[in-house]
Unconditional design. Sequence first.
Length: 416
Amino acid sequence: MVAHLGEAALAATTTGAMNAFVLFIFPMGVVFIVSSYSSQLLGRGDLAGARRYGWYGLAVAAATQLLGVAGIPAAGRVLGLLDHAPEVRGLMTDYLALRLWSGGAAIGMEALGNYYGGLGNTRLPMRASVAAMVLNVGGNWLLIDGNLGAPAMGVRGAALASALSTGVAFLGLLAVFLAEGRRATARAPLQARELGRMLRFGVPSGLNWFFEFFAFMFFVNVVVGGLGTTPLAALMAVIQVNSFSFMPAFGLASAGAILVGQAIGAGARDEVPRLVRLTFAATGTWQAAVGLAYLAVPSVIFAPFARDPASAEALLATGTRMLALSAAWQVFDATVATLAESLRAAGDTAFTLWARLAVAWLIFVPGSWITVRRLGGGDLWAVGWIVAYLAVLAGVLLWRFRGGAWRRLELVEPAP
């Protein structure tokens, strides 16, 4: 919806969205652990205990809101340190100045979504997410080009639409959560000890996601950003396509993790390997189909991003070959999602943190920087390094799961 505004607008919006996600991903990773607690406590039959973790997730969301707003003045200075074209940098600064206002709502959505997901109620957070998407698309239509008398805000309109839609959807989900609390008969006071225990397992989960995405955004902003606006815009469009196509697989991996958590809570740890195999069969099948589509019709899939006549030909050619090569990482991505989510459900968050740190910062970042920037490898080498990163990480996580350390972890305090 911003592609017709040109390469700079496309690069600024997509990269700005990913940079905002890097800032949100640490608290988001922390609240992912809420579903691990709610699923295990459901398996144990402690619904009041599960609800407390919904509140603990909302506390993390409130802290995110305060820190996100406080960080807005620094966004321009940080982006000034990166190797972007001046027009891209200016537009991206405008985008982040509005998008960061919705940090608390974004994390609150994830916290409550994980709480309800752990209980097996995935439809309610789905409705909230669909509402956010519909409001976002409608807001984009109004605010990017100024339809129906609205101001034509361009990139800033895309940011404002995302911020408002996230806030409205979160408030709706929060209203349901609060209404259920008034109707609940079993209540238990919040406990600082439980919050501390959640953070003990949740912070490694958050750091896990943060350092991986920070490594990826270093790759985008420094390794690919230095190649010019066309490769940057093309790669970010490819990432947007992959983010969309990956969501069903991540949803399936999260569903598998919920079942893993419920099995552990019920004392049936021997069921976990079967559940993980079943989950991978679903995620792997979907991602393999996505990869085949990328190989078969990459230009058709990428074409909507190449709409500016001044740059369409070069952008389409670059984006098409990048998208076709991204087919190589699809099954590895499914493997990582399945195993990482299952290990997180069991409370094995510290190992996944160190695994992602090691693979990202000791292999992916230096390898991509040397081959792309120092040796002139170009955009295809950049995509090839994403494939290599996911392949190595998939192997490490598979080794960890087969080792069985997750069987000895106690995420929830033992029942009296």
